[in-house]
Ligand binder design. Structure first.
Ligand code: IMP
Ligand code: MG
Length: 176
């Protein structure tokens, strides 16, 4: 049996996303930014965050394979989709759903730096601090969360649950 327990309500998420959007707006005042979403988990966060950024902004997307359908990082990341447009000389904000081991964001940061952006910042909605394997500095964090598997607001388990409005802890009960 699967149980979903709400960890972060949609109103709480919306308030925090608005704060981060405000912060990005202030940090890049008078400049343009490229928001790069990590497919597919970051799409809902990116869509909400983008509307809270009052700047000249464009989107692009990257995709990495690392998790497959399991809950564990395989230890290896592969860029499955690169950005469509050059990032040279641009202010880039990499937008990710969750920072777990840190392997994916470290890999992506290095990939994006090869494009020679003017600046590169990272925004992650969730941070499972206790799971970090690879230390990485993140500029904008939504919420620090405990080491629980979460779904909703873009986050999935084997592609399911991305459409939930709240972020929920997925509990699986083997006995029933
Ligand atoms: P990292 O490379 O271990 O930091 O993993 C980051 C990626 O792992 C995210 O992009 C998610 O796709 C996935 N991930 C990590 N924890 C969770 C979770 O609790 N729920 C859903 N996906 C997760
Ligand atoms: Mg993901």
């Amino acid at each position: 049996m699967e149980h979903l327990r709400v960890l972060l309500h949609q109103e709480q998420i919306a308030r925090r996303v608005a704060e981060i959007g405000g912060q990005i707006t202030r940090d890049f005042e008078g400049e343009a930014v490229v928001l790069i979403g990590v497919l597919k988990g970051a799409t809902i966060f990116l869509a909400d965050l983008a509307r809270q950024i009052k700047l000249d902004a464009t989107f692009d997307f990257v995709a990495v394979s690392s998790y497959g359908s399991s809950r564990q990082h395989s230890g290896q990341s592969k860029l499955v989709k690169d950005v469509d447009h050059s990032l040279e000389g641009k202010n880039v904000v990499l937008v990710e759903d969750i920072l777990d081991t840190g392997l994916t964001l470290t890999f992506l940061k290095n990939q994006l730096l090869r494009h020679k952006p003017k600046s590169l910042k990272i925004a992650a909605l969730l941070d499972k601090v206790s799971r970090r394997v690879q230390p990485i500095a993140v500029d904008y964090i939504g919420f620090e969360i405990p080491d629980e598997f979460v779904v909703g607001y873009g986050l999935d388990l084997a592609e399911r649950f991305r459409n939930l409005s709240d972020i929920c802890i997925l509990e699986t009960d083997e006995s029933s």
